[in-house]
Design a protein. Structure first.
Length: 276
């Protein structure tokens, strides 16, 4: 079976100008279509084609490639330049987006339910991104006209693209959220065979290697970051949100607030980290 041809859209900043990056595997058909876009150029640095980032150009891309190749818009959506200004990409951020030509935005009832459930911003981004990818695959159909066969066909296309199991499961969860949580349909309406959970051993560096990294780090802040990540098992986001008030040196604990699943937890504070 021939692999499904696809392009992936990215946000690029080239010479302080916003651009739409278009990444794809070598393919004469796609290359020909890209040449027909407005002012296409090639970036050696990013190893992809790009055109000026305008709403009109985004619509031209969708019209050009629609029905011919798979358009992966997820990276483009999740990598908006607004993220770099430390604005929270939450439900309200998605709600206030301007309409995009030929692109179906997430329905308000979906956003409202995410808001009421108080899901973490990372979960909101994931669910909205995947659900919009799904509904734009069937943009010619009303949402209530999309049936289980359509859903299976969409997921089968993802399988043919050799996406990871976690990617596929996230997409399934985003779709299930709409039908089961937003619309309140029973679980049996939507029975999708999930991929088997991958069993992979993590790549773990030795204690000696960690000590070597810490020993070669001169900046005290960077040294503290590395030591905390290793000794306390913090996630990157948890470390970034850490405050002095969260460190309990008497009980040798670190309070992690709003962790995965919006849950608070405690983790151990190393005596060595405290003294250093």
């Amino acid at each position: 079976m021939n692999p499904v041809k696809s392009i992936t859209l990215y946000h690029l900043m080239i010479r302080n100008e916003k651009m739409i990056g278009i990444k794809f595997l070598p393919d004469k058909l796609i290359q020909g279509l890209v040449r027909g876009l407005p002012y296409p150029k090639w970036s050696k640095e990013h190893n992809m084609a790009y055109i000026p980032n305008t709403k009109n150009n985004l619509g031209i891309i969708f019209n050009t490639f629609k029905g011919i190749v798979w358009i992966n818009y997820n990276r483009f959506l999740s990598n908006k330049p607004i993220n770099t200004h430390n604005y929270a990409v939450d439900v309200e951020w998605f709600r206030k987006r301007n309409p995009i030509p030929h692109y179906r935005l997430c329905p308000e009832e979906y956003l409202l339910k995410l808001e009421l459930k108080r899901y973490a911003n990372s979960t909101v981004r994931t669910y909205v991104s995947f659900f919009e990818m799904f509904i734009n695959h069937y943009k010619g159909k009303e949402l209530n006209a999309i049936n289980e066969s359509d859903i299976r066909a969409f997921l089968q296309k993802l399988v043919h693209r050799n996406v990871s199991n976690s990617y596929l499961n996230q997409c399934i969860n985003a779709i299930k959220f709409y039908y089961e949580v937003v619309l309140g349909m029973p679980n049996r309406f939507y029975e999708i065979e999930r991929p088997r959970k991958e069993s992979k051993l993590p790549t773990v560096i030795s204690k000696e290697e960690v000590l070597s990294i810490i020993g070669r780090t001169n900046n005290i802040k960077h040294k503290c970051i590395i030591a905390l990540l290793y000794s306390s098992g913090l996630r990157r986001s948890e470390l970034l949100n850490l405050k002095m008030a969260d460190v309990d040196s008497k009980r040798m604990l670190i309070r992690v607030q709003g962790s995965k699943g919006n849950k608070d937890r405690h983790t151990l504070l190393s005596q060595t980290v405290l003294e250093d």
